[in-house]
Write a protein that binds this ligand. Structure first.
Ligand code: GLA
Length: 402
């Protein structure tokens, strides 16, 4: 681990190599769906407590999510006791986590899964629980001793002068523990909130994931806002991500209350194109079958987890339609998403000349529907890919040299 710390410190271009997140992390996080519900007296099955995380771990392990690749069960804000213990160490709320974090980690590990936790680089978390500022080394050690596998590190209540150094220090102390802990940062958001340009290269030398847009909500307009942000790609953040360091547009809200089936497919497809973390925030106890099978869709997840780790970008736009491409394996293949941002009205017929999607030679391509795996036929370099796209929906195909 010492060697890795050293390499991470001196590397100028490569993303962090602390051994984790070689492909985008997949898991579940409580925030968007369960928020800061600490009322276990009146709402015992939905409050932030060890029970909630154990139950989610049970379902991830038993109902196909784990086989699909979901691994991290993640705690967000509001798990903490309002004060540190007499040794200055963090402690979970004793009523809601009566067995402590080590026991919860053991339980999650016994299911073959990993446990994520949440803290803040500033003096307090966003919900005003004790932050890590001034305690980075102690907190990193505490997390490692508990058996934590991922740290989401927020940027509320920060000192704008030194929080970037705080992110570096926490990264350093996490590495020093010798335990591989995925480091999920909101550093870029902290910079953006203070009207500064985020230095994505510097961030992904220290962090495994980089949240670069505001909090997602369970609303189509929020998902669309992320799509527009990633289309704009300001600061060229797409170019910087790769194995070990990924951009993070925030949680999947698939299976919650607001998105239509087409909009859910759009979120799954585009997050996969961007090589974004696939972190569900949904009540896994109450899933519509379509949302569950979408979250477990093998074809789309394979694109997300493609080992080349090259994030997709917008290749062309035609009025309300954007066409996204992502190079994937086998060599020369492409994932393609055609997104119709228009809401309402009839589906659109869209034709895209194959040669406008490809940089290389004039080859023929086998086309597969990514969602269903159905073979759609062969196209030559001079033909058009013609698809019919629902309002606020996508068509996703993979193109493999014939
Ligand atoms: C911030 C983060 C969210 C969530 C909340 C918790 O808003 O961006 O993802 O962690 O804090 O308070």
């Amino acid at each position: 681990m010492k060697l890795l710390t050293f390499l991470a410190g001196v590397s100028a271009v490569a993303a962090l190599n602390n051994g984790v997140a070689r492909t985008p992390p997949m898991g579940w996080l409580s925030w968007e769906r369960f928020r800061c519900n600490i009322d276990c007296k009146h709402d015992p099955s939905n409050c932030i407590s060890e029970n909630l995380y154990m139950r989610m771990a049970d379902i991830i392990a038993a109902e196909g999510y784990k086989e699909a690749g979901y691994q991290y069960v993640c705690i967000d804000d509001c798990w903490l006791s309002k004060s540190r213990d007499s040794n200055g160490r963090l402690q979970p709320d004793p009523d809601r986590f009566p067995h402590g974090m080590k026991a919860l980690a053991d339980y999650v590990h016994s299911k073959g899964l990993k446990l994520g936790i949440y803290e803040d680089v500033g003096a307090e978390t966003c919900a005003r629980y004790p932050g890590s500022r001034g305690h980075y080394q102690t907190d990193a050690q505490t997390f490692a001793e508990w058996g934590i596998d991922l740290l989401k590190f927020d940027a509320c209540n920060i000192n704008p002068e030194d929080f970037d150094e705080g992110y570096r220090q926490m990264g350093f102390y996490l590495n020093q523990t010798g335990r591989p802990i995925l480091y999920s940062c909101e550093w870029a958001i902290g910079e953006i909130m203070h009207r500064r340009q985020a230095n994505y290269t510097a961030i992904l030398e220290v962090c495994n994931t980089c949240r670069n847009t505001v909090d997602i909500t369970d609303q189509w307009k929020s998902v669309l806002n992320k799509v527009n942000n990633y289309a704009k790609d300001s600061g060229n953040f797409s170019k910087i991500a790769g194995p070990g360091g990924w951009n993070d547009p925030d949680e999947l809200v698939i299976g919650d209350f607001s998105l239509s089936p087409d909009q859910e497919r759009t979120q799954m497809a585009l997050w996969s194109m961007w090589a974004a973390p696939l972190i569900m925030s949904v009540d896994l106890r109450n899933m519509r079958p379509e949302s569950k099978s979408l979250l477990q869709n093998k074809g789309v997840i394979a694109v997300n987890q493609d080992p080349l780790g090259i994030p997709g970008t917008v290749r062309l736009t035609m009025r309300k339609v954007s066409v996204w491409t992502r190079p994937i394996l086998p060599k020369g293949s492409l994932a393609v998403v055609v997104f119709n941002s228009q809401s309402g009205g009839a589906p659109l017929n869209v034709s895209v000349p194959v040669h406008r999607l490809i940089n290389g030679n004039a080859l023929d391509y086998l086309i597969t529907d990514t969602f269903t795996g159905s073979k759609l036929g062969k196209l030559t370099y001079h033909q058009d890919l013609t698809v019919r796209v629902n309002p606020t929906g996508v068509v996703m195909v993979t193109m493999t040299p014939a």
